[in-house]
Design a protein around this ligand. Structure first.
Ligand code: SAH
Ligand code: SF4
Ligand code: F3S
Length: 458
Protein backbone atom coordinates (compact mmCIF):
# COMPACT_ATOMS: atom_id res chain seq x y z
CA UNK A 1 0.00 0.00 0.00
CA UNK A 2 1.17 3.49 -0.71
CA UNK A 3 0.99 5.83 2.24
CA UNK A 4 1.84 8.99 0.43
CA UNK A 5 -0.70 11.43 1.80
CA UNK A 6 -0.78 13.52 -1.40
CA UNK A 7 -2.05 10.61 -3.46
CA UNK A 8 -4.54 9.50 -0.87
CA UNK A 9 -6.05 12.89 -0.36
CA UNK A 10 -6.07 13.99 -3.99
CA UNK A 11 -5.99 17.66 -4.89
CA UNK A 12 -8.28 19.88 -2.92
CA UNK A 13 -8.63 23.64 -2.70
CA UNK A 14 -6.46 25.35 -0.11
CA UNK A 15 -9.32 26.41 2.10
CA UNK A 16 -7.16 28.07 4.72
CA UNK A 17 -4.98 29.93 2.27
CA UNK A 18 -2.26 31.62 4.21
CA UNK A 19 -4.10 31.76 7.53
CA UNK A 20 -1.69 31.43 10.42
CA UNK A 21 -2.20 28.58 12.86
CA UNK A 22 -0.92 28.49 16.42
CA UNK A 23 -1.18 25.24 18.42
CA UNK A 24 -0.67 24.85 22.15
CA UNK A 25 -0.47 21.32 23.54
CA UNK A 26 -1.17 19.94 27.02
CA UNK A 27 -1.17 16.36 28.31
CA UNK A 28 0.65 13.26 27.21
CA UNK A 29 2.97 12.41 24.32
CA UNK A 30 0.00 11.12 22.38
CA UNK A 31 -1.50 14.57 22.47
CA UNK A 32 1.81 16.07 21.32
CA UNK A 33 1.82 13.63 18.42
CA UNK A 34 -1.83 14.46 17.63
CA UNK A 35 -0.92 18.14 17.34
CA UNK A 36 1.58 17.11 14.67
CA UNK A 37 -1.19 15.22 12.85
CA UNK A 38 -3.50 18.25 13.11
CA UNK A 39 -0.80 20.47 11.68
CA UNK A 40 -0.29 18.06 8.80
CA UNK A 41 -4.03 18.04 7.99
CA UNK A 42 -4.30 21.81 8.13
CA UNK A 43 -1.10 22.51 6.21
CA UNK A 44 -2.59 20.48 3.36
CA UNK A 45 -5.44 22.96 3.43
CA UNK A 46 -3.16 25.96 3.17
CA UNK A 47 -2.79 26.95 6.83
CA UNK A 48 0.67 28.16 7.87
CA UNK A 49 2.19 27.24 11.24
CA UNK A 50 3.30 30.02 13.56
CA UNK A 51 4.95 29.97 16.97
CA UNK A 52 3.85 33.57 17.58
CA UNK A 53 0.52 33.77 19.34
CA UNK A 54 0.15 37.42 18.32
CA UNK A 55 0.28 36.49 14.62
CA UNK A 56 -2.32 33.75 14.82
CA UNK A 57 -5.55 33.74 12.80
CA UNK A 58 -6.45 30.41 14.39
CA UNK A 59 -5.52 29.23 17.90
CA UNK A 60 -5.98 25.55 18.69
CA UNK A 61 -5.51 24.28 22.24
CA UNK A 62 -4.98 20.54 22.42
CA UNK A 63 -6.17 19.65 25.89
CA UNK A 64 -5.89 17.00 28.62
CA UNK A 65 -8.57 15.82 31.08
CA UNK A 66 -6.62 13.30 33.10
CA UNK A 67 -6.63 15.38 36.29
CA UNK A 68 -8.72 18.37 37.30
CA UNK A 69 -5.71 20.71 37.47
CA UNK A 70 -4.92 19.96 33.81
CA UNK A 71 -8.41 21.19 32.88
CA UNK A 72 -8.27 24.24 35.16
CA UNK A 73 -5.02 25.33 33.55
CA UNK A 74 -6.62 25.29 30.10
CA UNK A 75 -9.76 27.13 31.25
CA UNK A 76 -7.50 29.83 32.69
CA UNK A 77 -5.46 29.94 29.51
CA UNK A 78 -8.51 30.49 27.28
CA UNK A 79 -9.18 33.79 29.08
CA UNK A 80 -5.69 34.98 28.29
CA UNK A 81 -6.66 34.89 24.59
CA UNK A 82 -9.33 37.55 25.14
CA UNK A 83 -7.18 40.59 24.28
CA UNK A 84 -6.07 38.88 21.06
CA UNK A 85 -9.69 38.29 20.07
CA UNK A 86 -10.59 41.89 20.87
CA UNK A 87 -7.74 43.13 18.72
CA UNK A 88 -8.51 40.71 15.88
CA UNK A 89 -12.24 39.80 15.86
CA UNK A 90 -11.78 37.26 13.03
CA UNK A 91 -9.45 35.21 15.24
CA UNK A 92 -10.80 31.69 15.77
CA UNK A 93 -10.22 29.80 19.01
CA UNK A 94 -10.62 26.02 19.00
CA UNK A 95 -10.45 23.51 21.84
CA UNK A 96 -9.38 20.07 20.65
CA UNK A 97 -8.31 16.85 22.38
CA UNK A 98 -9.51 15.18 25.55
CA UNK A 99 -11.26 18.12 27.21
CA UNK A 100 -13.15 18.79 23.99
CA UNK A 101 -14.33 15.20 24.02
CA UNK A 102 -15.26 15.23 27.69
CA UNK A 103 -17.14 18.55 27.77
CA UNK A 104 -18.51 18.58 24.20
CA UNK A 105 -21.10 21.33 23.47
CA UNK A 106 -20.86 22.43 27.09
CA UNK A 107 -17.52 24.04 26.23
CA UNK A 108 -18.96 26.44 23.64
CA UNK A 109 -21.96 27.12 25.83
CA UNK A 110 -19.79 27.92 28.84
CA UNK A 111 -16.89 29.73 27.16
CA UNK A 112 -17.99 32.53 24.81
CA UNK A 113 -14.43 32.82 23.46
CA UNK A 114 -14.50 29.29 22.04
CA UNK A 115 -15.53 28.98 18.37
CA UNK A 116 -14.71 25.36 17.73
CA UNK A 117 -14.62 22.05 19.61
CA UNK A 118 -13.11 18.90 18.08
CA UNK A 119 -12.50 15.55 19.79
CA UNK A 120 -9.46 13.31 19.18
CA UNK A 121 -11.13 11.32 16.38
CA UNK A 122 -12.50 14.36 14.51
CA UNK A 123 -9.29 15.98 13.26
CA UNK A 124 -9.88 15.17 9.59
CA UNK A 125 -12.99 17.32 9.91
CA UNK A 126 -11.05 20.36 11.16
CA UNK A 127 -10.87 22.14 7.78
CA UNK A 128 -14.67 22.02 7.53
CA UNK A 129 -15.16 22.95 11.17
CA UNK A 130 -12.89 25.96 10.73
CA UNK A 131 -14.89 27.04 7.69
CA UNK A 132 -18.09 26.74 9.68
CA UNK A 133 -16.59 28.73 12.52
CA UNK A 134 -15.40 31.43 10.08
CA UNK A 135 -18.98 31.76 8.90
CA UNK A 136 -19.91 32.63 12.45
CA UNK A 137 -21.27 29.29 13.61
CA UNK A 138 -20.13 27.43 16.69
CA UNK A 139 -18.52 24.30 15.17
CA UNK A 140 -18.51 21.04 17.14
CA UNK A 141 -17.48 17.49 16.22
CA UNK A 142 -16.87 15.08 19.07
CA UNK A 143 -17.74 11.81 17.36
CA UNK A 144 -15.51 8.96 18.49
CA UNK A 145 -14.54 6.35 15.93
CA UNK A 146 -13.79 2.64 16.10
CA UNK A 147 -11.40 2.81 13.15
CA UNK A 148 -9.66 6.18 12.98
CA UNK A 149 -5.87 5.90 13.42
CA UNK A 150 -4.77 8.71 11.05
CA UNK A 151 -2.62 5.92 9.60
CA UNK A 152 -1.58 7.57 6.36
CA UNK A 153 -1.11 11.11 7.66
CA UNK A 154 2.55 12.02 8.03
CA UNK A 155 2.79 14.19 11.16
CA UNK A 156 4.59 17.52 10.73
CA UNK A 157 7.29 17.28 13.39
CA UNK A 158 7.11 19.94 16.08
CA UNK A 159 9.90 18.54 18.25
CA UNK A 160 12.87 20.84 18.35
CA UNK A 161 15.79 18.42 18.22
CA UNK A 162 15.24 16.43 15.00
CA UNK A 163 16.72 13.40 16.78
CA UNK A 164 13.84 11.69 18.57
CA UNK A 165 10.29 11.44 17.26
CA UNK A 166 7.03 9.96 18.51
CA UNK A 167 4.88 7.56 16.55
CA UNK A 168 1.36 6.62 17.64
CA UNK A 169 0.80 2.91 17.01
CA UNK A 170 -2.68 2.70 18.47
CA UNK A 171 -5.44 4.88 19.86
CA UNK A 172 -8.02 4.60 22.61
CA UNK A 173 -8.08 2.30 25.62
CA UNK A 174 -10.27 -0.64 26.67
CA UNK A 175 -8.99 -1.04 30.19
CA UNK A 176 -11.42 1.02 32.22
CA UNK A 177 -9.23 1.64 35.24
CA UNK A 178 -11.71 2.93 37.82
CA UNK A 179 -10.06 6.38 38.21
CA UNK A 180 -9.30 7.11 34.57
CA UNK A 181 -11.04 9.37 32.08
CA UNK A 182 -9.00 8.28 29.04
CA UNK A 183 -11.38 5.54 27.77
CA UNK A 184 -14.13 8.20 27.72
CA UNK A 185 -12.08 10.85 25.95
CA UNK A 186 -10.21 8.61 23.52
CA UNK A 187 -12.73 5.84 22.85
CA UNK A 188 -12.12 2.17 22.23
CA UNK A 189 -8.73 0.70 21.50
CA UNK A 190 -7.65 0.26 17.88
CA UNK A 191 -4.28 -0.55 16.35
CA UNK A 192 -2.71 1.19 13.39
CA UNK A 193 -1.63 -0.55 10.17
CA UNK A 194 1.97 -1.76 10.75
CA UNK A 195 2.98 -0.79 7.20
CA UNK A 196 2.22 2.85 7.95
CA UNK A 197 4.17 2.64 11.24
CA UNK A 198 7.18 1.14 9.46
CA UNK A 199 6.98 3.71 6.66
CA UNK A 200 6.88 6.55 9.18
CA UNK A 201 9.80 5.11 11.19
CA UNK A 202 11.82 4.66 8.02
CA UNK A 203 11.16 8.20 6.83
CA UNK A 204 12.14 9.63 10.22
CA UNK A 205 15.39 7.65 10.10
CA UNK A 206 16.10 8.93 6.59
CA UNK A 207 15.44 12.49 7.79
CA UNK A 208 18.22 12.06 10.38
CA UNK A 209 16.19 10.95 13.40
CA UNK A 210 17.95 8.35 15.55
CA UNK A 211 15.22 7.46 18.01
CA UNK A 212 11.51 6.67 17.76
CA UNK A 213 9.09 6.14 20.62
CA UNK A 214 6.09 3.97 19.81
CA UNK A 215 3.05 5.31 21.63
CA UNK A 216 -0.18 3.84 22.94
CA UNK A 217 -2.12 3.67 26.22
CA UNK A 218 -1.31 -0.04 26.40
CA UNK A 219 1.19 -0.93 23.67
CA UNK A 220 1.36 -4.57 24.74
CA UNK A 221 -2.13 -5.15 23.41
CA UNK A 222 -1.16 -3.86 19.93
CA UNK A 223 -2.60 -6.28 17.36
CA UNK A 224 -3.17 -5.91 13.63
CA UNK A 225 -5.18 -8.49 11.75
CA UNK A 226 -4.32 -8.80 8.08
CA UNK A 227 -5.79 -11.38 5.68
CA UNK A 228 -2.91 -13.83 5.94
CA UNK A 229 -1.12 -12.87 9.10
CA UNK A 230 -1.34 -11.16 12.44
CA UNK A 231 1.13 -8.61 13.75
CA UNK A 232 1.40 -8.38 17.53
CA UNK A 233 3.53 -6.01 19.58
CA UNK A 234 6.75 -8.10 19.75
CA UNK A 235 6.60 -8.59 15.95
CA UNK A 236 6.08 -4.89 15.38
CA UNK A 237 8.96 -4.02 17.73
CA UNK A 238 11.30 -6.38 15.89
CA UNK A 239 10.37 -4.91 12.50
CA UNK A 240 10.95 -1.34 13.63
CA UNK A 241 14.24 -2.39 15.25
CA UNK A 242 15.37 -3.92 11.95
CA UNK A 243 15.12 -0.60 10.10
CA UNK A 244 18.67 0.15 11.31
CA UNK A 245 20.88 -0.72 14.28
CA UNK A 246 21.44 3.05 14.47
CA UNK A 247 17.77 3.70 15.19
CA UNK A 248 16.89 3.47 18.85
CA UNK A 249 13.38 2.29 19.62
CA UNK A 250 11.41 3.03 22.78
CA UNK A 251 7.78 2.41 23.66
CA UNK A 252 5.23 3.68 26.14
CA UNK A 253 3.08 2.68 27.98
CA UNK A 254 3.13 -0.96 29.04
CA UNK A 255 0.30 -2.31 31.16
CA UNK A 256 1.65 -4.82 33.73
CA UNK A 257 -1.17 -7.29 33.04
CA UNK A 258 -0.13 -7.55 29.37
CA UNK A 259 3.67 -7.29 29.50
CA UNK A 260 4.69 -10.82 28.51
CA UNK A 261 8.09 -12.52 28.32
CA UNK A 262 7.99 -12.50 24.53
CA UNK A 263 8.35 -8.71 24.50
CA UNK A 264 11.31 -9.03 26.86
CA UNK A 265 12.98 -11.74 24.75
CA UNK A 266 12.47 -9.58 21.63
CA UNK A 267 14.13 -6.67 23.40
CA UNK A 268 17.04 -8.91 24.41
CA UNK A 269 17.59 -9.86 20.74
CA UNK A 270 17.95 -6.26 19.52
CA UNK A 271 20.42 -3.96 21.30
CA UNK A 272 18.72 -0.92 19.71
CA UNK A 273 15.47 -1.72 21.56
CA UNK A 274 16.20 0.55 24.50
CA UNK A 275 16.78 -0.86 27.96
CA UNK A 276 14.02 1.07 29.69
CA UNK A 277 10.50 -0.03 30.53
CA UNK A 278 7.80 2.27 31.84
CA UNK A 279 5.52 0.01 33.86
CA UNK A 280 2.89 2.00 35.78
CA UNK A 281 2.16 0.29 39.10
CA UNK A 282 -0.32 2.95 40.39
CA UNK A 283 -0.19 1.37 43.88
CA UNK A 284 1.72 -1.26 45.84
CA UNK A 285 -1.39 -2.52 47.60
CA UNK A 286 -3.34 -5.40 46.07
CA UNK A 287 -6.51 -4.11 47.70
CA UNK A 288 -6.08 -0.73 46.00
CA UNK A 289 -5.19 -2.35 42.67
CA UNK A 290 -8.40 -4.33 42.79
CA UNK A 291 -10.44 -1.23 43.57
CA UNK A 292 -8.66 0.56 40.73
CA UNK A 293 -9.62 -2.30 38.38
CA UNK A 294 -6.01 -2.73 37.31
CA UNK A 295 -6.45 -6.52 36.91
CA UNK A 296 -3.16 -7.52 38.57
CA UNK A 297 -1.92 -7.98 42.13
CA UNK A 298 1.26 -6.74 43.81
CA UNK A 299 2.65 -10.28 43.42
CA UNK A 300 1.89 -10.36 39.70
CA UNK A 301 3.56 -6.97 39.28
CA UNK A 302 6.67 -8.12 41.15
CA UNK A 303 6.74 -11.27 39.06
CA UNK A 304 6.88 -9.07 35.92
CA UNK A 305 9.73 -7.08 37.47
CA UNK A 306 11.57 -10.34 38.20
CA UNK A 307 11.13 -11.40 34.55
CA UNK A 308 12.58 -8.06 33.38
CA UNK A 309 15.56 -8.43 35.73
CA UNK A 310 16.16 -11.99 34.50
CA UNK A 311 15.82 -11.37 30.76
CA UNK A 312 17.13 -7.78 30.58
CA UNK A 313 19.53 -7.33 33.49
CA UNK A 314 20.56 -3.81 32.40
CA UNK A 315 16.99 -2.52 32.00
CA UNK A 316 15.86 0.68 33.78
CA UNK A 317 12.40 0.81 35.30
CA UNK A 318 10.04 3.72 35.68
CA UNK A 319 6.46 3.94 36.87
CA UNK A 320 3.33 6.01 37.54
CA UNK A 321 1.89 6.15 41.04
CA UNK A 322 -1.41 7.53 42.32
CA UNK A 323 -1.64 8.46 45.97
CA UNK A 324 -4.83 8.94 47.99
CA UNK A 325 -7.16 6.86 45.84
CA UNK A 326 -10.54 6.12 47.45
CA UNK A 327 -10.28 4.37 50.86
CA UNK A 328 -6.46 4.30 50.80
CA UNK A 329 -5.25 3.57 54.35
CA UNK A 330 -1.85 4.29 55.90
CA UNK A 331 -1.08 0.57 55.38
CA UNK A 332 -1.92 0.75 51.68
CA UNK A 333 0.35 3.78 51.42
CA UNK A 334 3.16 1.87 53.16
CA UNK A 335 2.73 -0.89 50.59
CA UNK A 336 3.34 1.63 47.82
CA UNK A 337 6.50 2.85 49.54
CA UNK A 338 7.71 -0.72 50.04
CA UNK A 339 7.01 -1.59 46.39
CA UNK A 340 9.08 1.41 45.33
CA UNK A 341 11.99 0.24 47.51
CA UNK A 342 11.68 -3.32 46.32
CA UNK A 343 11.76 -2.36 42.64
CA UNK A 344 14.18 0.56 43.01
CA UNK A 345 12.68 2.63 40.21
CA UNK A 346 14.97 4.89 38.20
CA UNK A 347 12.17 7.38 37.74
CA UNK A 348 8.48 7.89 38.57
CA UNK A 349 5.56 10.15 37.72
CA UNK A 350 3.62 10.65 40.94
CA UNK A 351 0.12 12.07 41.27
CA UNK A 352 -2.55 12.84 43.82
CA UNK A 353 -5.80 11.11 42.97
CA UNK A 354 -8.15 13.50 41.20
CA UNK A 355 -11.76 12.40 40.81
CA UNK A 356 -12.95 12.51 37.19
CA UNK A 357 -16.66 12.78 36.38
CA UNK A 358 -18.44 9.64 35.10
CA UNK A 359 -15.57 7.25 35.86
CA UNK A 360 -16.33 4.10 37.86
CA UNK A 361 -14.62 5.59 40.92
CA UNK A 362 -16.66 8.80 40.69
CA UNK A 363 -19.90 6.82 40.36
CA UNK A 364 -19.28 4.23 43.06
CA UNK A 365 -16.63 5.30 45.56
CA UNK A 366 -16.22 8.35 47.78
CA UNK A 367 -13.12 10.48 47.23
CA UNK A 368 -12.52 10.14 50.95
CA UNK A 369 -8.80 10.70 51.51
CA UNK A 370 -8.48 14.31 52.71
CA UNK A 371 -6.47 16.66 50.51
CA UNK A 372 -3.98 17.23 53.33
CA UNK A 373 -3.32 13.49 53.62
CA UNK A 374 -2.93 13.14 49.85
CA UNK A 375 -0.38 15.95 49.91
CA UNK A 376 1.56 14.38 52.79
CA UNK A 377 1.63 10.95 51.15
CA UNK A 378 2.62 12.43 47.80
CA UNK A 379 5.58 14.25 49.30
CA UNK A 380 6.71 11.07 51.06
CA UNK A 381 6.57 9.24 47.75
CA UNK A 382 8.43 12.01 45.94
CA UNK A 383 11.15 12.13 48.62
CA UNK A 384 11.63 8.38 48.42
CA UNK A 385 11.79 8.47 44.63
CA UNK A 386 14.45 11.20 44.75
CA UNK A 387 16.52 8.96 47.01
CA UNK A 388 16.04 5.95 44.73
CA UNK A 389 16.95 7.97 41.63
CA UNK A 390 20.08 9.26 43.32
CA UNK A 391 21.09 5.74 44.41
CA UNK A 392 20.57 4.45 40.89
CA UNK A 393 22.58 7.31 39.38
CA UNK A 394 25.41 6.79 41.89
CA UNK A 395 25.68 3.17 40.77
CA UNK A 396 26.38 4.48 37.25
CA UNK A 397 29.36 6.64 38.26
CA UNK A 398 32.52 5.09 36.80
CA UNK A 399 30.57 3.15 34.14
CA UNK A 400 30.56 3.77 30.39
CA UNK A 401 27.42 4.27 28.31
CA UNK A 402 26.55 4.81 24.69
CA UNK A 403 24.78 8.16 24.58
CA UNK A 404 22.62 9.54 21.76
CA UNK A 405 23.14 13.31 21.70
CA UNK A 406 19.90 15.34 21.65
CA UNK A 407 21.12 18.94 21.87
CA UNK A 408 22.74 21.74 23.83
CA UNK A 409 22.37 21.60 27.60
CA UNK A 410 19.81 24.04 29.02
CA UNK A 411 22.20 25.28 31.67
CA UNK A 412 25.43 25.73 29.73
CA UNK A 413 26.02 26.57 26.07
CA UNK A 414 29.35 24.71 26.03
CA UNK A 415 27.73 21.44 27.10
CA UNK A 416 25.56 18.92 25.32
CA UNK A 417 23.03 16.49 26.67
CA UNK A 418 21.88 13.10 25.50
CA UNK A 419 20.41 9.89 26.84
CA UNK A 420 21.61 6.42 27.64
CA UNK A 421 19.65 3.41 26.43
CA UNK A 422 18.22 3.39 29.98
CA UNK A 423 16.71 6.82 29.26
CA UNK A 424 18.94 8.67 31.72
CA UNK A 425 20.02 12.19 30.81
CA UNK A 426 23.79 12.69 30.55
CA UNK A 427 25.53 16.08 30.32
CA UNK A 428 29.08 16.47 28.97
CA UNK A 429 31.42 18.96 27.26
CA UNK A 430 30.44 19.94 23.75
CA UNK A 431 33.78 19.92 21.88
CA UNK A 432 33.04 19.02 18.23
CA UNK A 433 30.06 16.80 18.91
CA UNK A 434 26.54 17.42 17.66
CA UNK A 435 22.92 16.32 18.00
CA UNK A 436 22.12 12.95 16.42
CA UNK A 437 25.60 11.54 17.07
CA UNK A 438 26.35 8.50 19.27
CA UNK A 439 29.23 8.89 21.73
CA UNK A 440 30.63 6.72 24.51
CA UNK A 441 30.58 8.59 27.79
CA UNK A 442 32.21 7.69 31.08
CA UNK A 443 30.11 8.88 34.02
CA UNK A 444 32.07 11.01 36.46
CA UNK A 445 29.41 12.52 38.71
CA UNK A 446 25.64 12.75 39.22
CA UNK A 447 22.66 14.39 40.87
CA UNK A 448 19.30 12.65 41.41
CA UNK A 449 18.12 13.92 38.00
CA UNK A 450 21.23 13.91 35.80
CA UNK A 451 24.46 12.07 35.05
CA UNK A 452 27.61 14.07 34.27
CA UNK A 453 30.36 12.55 32.16
CA UNK A 454 33.23 12.72 29.75
CA UNK A 455 33.24 11.56 26.14
CA UNK A 456 35.80 8.78 25.72
CA UNK A 457 34.91 7.68 22.20
CA UNK A 458 32.62 8.30 19.24
N1 SAH B 1 -2.31 4.31 29.83
C1 SAH B 1 -1.30 4.65 30.70
C2 SAH B 1 -1.34 6.01 31.35
C3 SAH B 1 -2.42 6.95 31.10
S1 SAH B 1 -2.62 8.40 32.05
C4 SAH B 1 -1.25 3.59 31.76
O1 SAH B 1 -2.21 2.96 32.07
O2 SAH B 1 -0.21 3.42 32.30
C5 SAH B 1 -1.07 8.64 32.86
C6 SAH B 1 -1.12 8.46 34.32
O3 SAH B 1 -1.95 9.42 34.93
C7 SAH B 1 -1.65 7.14 34.82
O4 SAH B 1 -0.74 6.11 34.75
C8 SAH B 1 -2.03 7.47 36.24
O5 SAH B 1 -0.94 7.29 37.12
C9 SAH B 1 -2.37 8.95 36.18
N2 SAH B 1 -3.81 9.18 36.32
C10 SAH B 1 -4.79 8.78 35.51
N3 SAH B 1 -6.00 9.15 35.99
C11 SAH B 1 -5.76 9.82 37.15
C12 SAH B 1 -6.59 10.44 38.12
N4 SAH B 1 -7.92 10.45 38.01
N5 SAH B 1 -6.00 11.05 39.17
C13 SAH B 1 -4.65 11.06 39.30
N6 SAH B 1 -3.83 10.48 38.43
C14 SAH B 1 -4.37 9.85 37.35
FE1 SF4 C 1 -6.36 4.94 31.81
FE2 SF4 C 1 -6.00 2.47 32.63
FE3 SF4 C 1 -6.32 2.96 30.04
FE4 SF4 C 1 -4.09 3.70 31.27
S1 SF4 C 1 -4.78 1.59 30.97
S2 SF4 C 1 -5.33 4.93 29.87
S3 SF4 C 1 -4.80 4.27 33.28
S4 SF4 C 1 -7.86 3.25 31.61
FE1 F3S D 1 -3.33 12.07 27.22
FE2 F3S D 1 -4.50 13.64 28.98
FE3 F3S D 1 -5.89 12.66 27.03
S1 F3S D 1 -3.02 12.11 29.42
S2 F3S D 1 -4.94 10.75 26.51
S3 F3S D 1 -4.17 14.07 26.85
S4 F3S D 1 -6.60 12.90 29.09
Amino acid sequence: MNFNSETLRGLRPLAGTGRQLYIETYGCQMNANDSEVVLSILQQEGYRYTEQLAQADVILVNTCSVRDNAEQRVLGRIHEFKPHKQRKPALLIGIIGCMAERLKEELVAREPLVDLVAGPDAYRDLPRLLQEASAGDRAVNVLLSREETYAEIAPVRLDKNGVSGFISIMRGCNNMCAYCVVPYTRGTERSRDPQSILAESQSLFEAGYREVTLLGQNVNSYRWHAAASEVDFPTLLARVAEISPLLRVRFSTSHPKDLNDEVLHTMARYPNLCRAIHLPAQSGSTRMLELMNRKYTREWYLNRIAAIRRILPDCALSTDLITGFCTETPEDHQQTLSLMREVGYEFAFMFKYSERPHTKAARHFADDVPERVKTERLSEIINLQNELSLQSNRRDVGRKFEVLIEGVSKRREDQLFGRTSQNKVVVFDRNDHHAGEYVTVEITDCSSATLMGQVIGS
